[in-house]
Design a protein around this ligand. Structure first.
Ligand SMILES: [Fe+2]
Ligand SMILES: [Fe+2]
Length: 228
């Protein structure tokens, strides 16, 4: 099993939003869900430590770096879109070096390949993959989720709030000149996350975090519009 210190080194090129703290939060949430759901803790821990190891930061290539949010700018930059596959390849080499049996390596790799919200081509089919998926998505909800989404937007030169166009509200696509603000990200993705979770304990945890996020962005929009 890779140690926390080993894992920290894989994420040394992280930007301020996609830092190792995300990986640690995912690890701790995943352990909590794994215990509640009866998942294999060793598979879940290895998958959590390795899930964003390569190419997850916005604009990243395939060098070691990390990340978490599945945001639009990273998507546009092209690097993030395959980070689950790059990270799975890296995980294979790490676990092979550690002498893990092939079946258990495959179990970890499936968790990593299936964790990406925007890629549904390999849905989480095992309890361990569902635990990792839920733990990773819980980190875009609640106060942490609000802070990370706004920080990400700022890093990308986008505002916390911009009035969404009718076109965006209907299609999820911005019009020419329309900024994909943090509020857009909330409308487009974050408010739907809780309904995508798999495990009962993950869904329970998501309820209060979802409510917090909804209250936060509702308040933000009302303040900007001068309504509160
Ligand atoms: Fe992540
Ligand atoms: Fe990821």
């Amino acid at each position: 099993m890779p140690t926390i210190e080993q894992a920290r080194a894989w994420y040394d090129q992280a930007d301020p939003i996609h830092d190792f703290d995300h990986v640690l939060r995912v690890l701790h949430t995943a352990e909590r869900l794994a215990l509640a759901e009866g998942a294999d803790l060793e598979i879940v821990r290895a998958a959590a430590l390795l899930h964003d190891a390569v190419g997850a930061a916005p604009g990243a290539g395939t060098g070691a770096s990390n990340g978490a949010l599945d945001e639009t700018a990273g998507e546009r930059s092209g690097g993030r879109a395959h980070h689950h596959h790059h990270s799975a390849g890296f995980a294979r080499s790490v676990l092979e070096q550690e002498g893990w049996p092939d079946a258990r390596i495959q179990a970890v790799l499936h968790c990593i390949r299936a964790h990406r919200f925007r890629d549904t081509s390999e849905p989480p089919a095992t309890l361990e993959a569902r635990v990792l998926f839920d733990a990773d998505k819980l980190d875009v909800l609640g106060a942490i989720g609000a802070a990370r989404t706004i920080a990400y937007a700022a890093l990308d030169g986008k505002p916390a709030y911009a009035e969404p166009s009718e076109h965006f509200l209907q299609t999820g696509e911005v019009e020419p000149g329309e900024a994909h603000s943090a509020y857009h990200e909330y409308l487009f993705k974050l408010r739907r996350v809780k309904d995508r979770l798999f495990t009962p304990s993950g869904r329970r945890l998501a309820e209060s975090r979802h409510q917090y996020l909804e209250d936060f962005f509702t308040q933000l929009a009302a303040e900007v519009r001068g309504e509160r």
